[in-house]
Design a protein around this ligand. Structure first.
Ligand SMILES: *Cc1c(COP(=O)(O)O)cnc(C)c1O
Length: 221
């Protein structure tokens, strides 16, 4: 018999607390985003009932089909977009999400700013940094992050709350987490979205304020 999602959630929470304590951090400073992509309401509900309130999705379409009824039912849910944002999905993303982790280019930043003004909604925004400089991966290059954050702040009037990264699959993740933490410090942003099922403890030890955990809570996809 496999463990129920509620039990897996408790285990992940305990590991988060332990990792924070190892480096003298307050565990309350690490927020768990349960990434529920590919899972439907039957899998998500027990995790909500076990007390989880922050959820992440990587596709706007999928989130749009799944979350509005759950948000109606549980008013204090917080929905996070962790996957890349396409320009034709910006309107819906600003409508649906409370936090967007994946602002990654000037055009998307401009469209998000326009939609926020139109809808009078203010999701929190993080910039995705391609720390591994992988051609196929979204995100600004580390060397471009400062100019992009400045552009968002000064030209578009956007408050940028933090940075996000997805390290290359075949490299030591800690090196990328350390780079992201250094950039966030230089740019004076407080949120660090880093760490997934395989490496969230290392991310916490290096300063993560959001960890994005899917399979360790919901099981394999
Ligand atoms: C799927 C996904 C996660 C969660 O991955 P797991 O390995 O299942 O924990 C985190 N971040 C992003 C951007 C994702 O797409």
């Amino acid at each position: 018999m496999t463990a129920a999602p509620g039990e897996l959630l408790r285990d992940v929470r305990a590991r988060i607390d332990a990792a924070a304590q190892r480096v003298g951090r307050d565990p309350a400073g690490v927020r768990l985003v349960a990434v529920s992509k590919t899972f439907g309401a039957p899998e998500v509900l027990p995790v909500i009932e076990a007390g989880q309130r922050l959820f992440g999705e990587n596709r706007v379409q999928e989130a749009k089909a799944k979350w509005p009824p759950l948000k109606q039912q549980f008013r204090d849910l917080e929905l996070h977009l962790v996957g890349p944002l396409q320009s034709n999905k910006v309107r819906e993303a600003v409508q649906l999400f409370d936090v967007i982790h994946s602002i990654d280019r000037p055009k998307i930043a401009r469209l998000v700013a326009e939609e926020m003004a139109k809808q009078n909604r203010r999701p929190s925004l993080l910039i995705q940094v391609n720390t591994g400089e992988e051609p196929q991966k979204s995100g600004v290059l580390p060397g471009e992050a400062a100019a992009f954050v400045r552009h968002c702040r000064m030209d578009l009037g956007l408050e940028i709350t933090g940075l996000m990264c997805i390290p290359p699959a075949d490299e030591e993740a800690a090196m990328h987490f350390a780079l992201l933490a250094k950039l966030a410090n230089e740019l004076a942003v407080r949120e660090l979205s880093m760490g997934m099922s395989a490496d969230f403890e290392a991310a916490i030890e290096l300063g993560a304020t959001y960890v994005r955990v899917g399979s360790a809570i919901f099981g394999g996809r």
